[in-house]
Design a protein. Sequence first.
Length: 146
Amino acid sequence: MENIFSDEYFMRKALQEAQVAFDRDEIPVGALIVSQNKIIAKTHNLTETLTDVTAHAEMQAITSAANYLGGKYLKDCTLYVTLEPCVMCAGALYWSQISRIVIGASDEKRGFRSQLVKLHPKTQITEGVLAKESTELIQKFFKDKR
């Protein structure tokens, strides 16, 4: 029997969040956190809405998931994010001890890997899930801005 709760399934949900951000004139990054095939947090960038440079989708998702779980650690959880996390978000993900991160598009200029930042040693990374769709949405946003 096919597992409908695949990485692609959850990344599509994250892309829906990124589209909400796009429609609100926020940089279109969506994120969700899954525990036992259940979405426990879903959000998108809110930096413009909240006038807060730390209101990245990943930061919002970490806070929401921790509140849902009643603790600061996100062990046995997976973050699905449409764009590679920045250094700030990677730091928060490190401290959350999240088990897994699934990345859509890479960010060669501002992503955590461009700065050689390490995640928690137990965190697994899967990259390139729906990368084309994630990249196209980001590129469209910035093209429309220019």
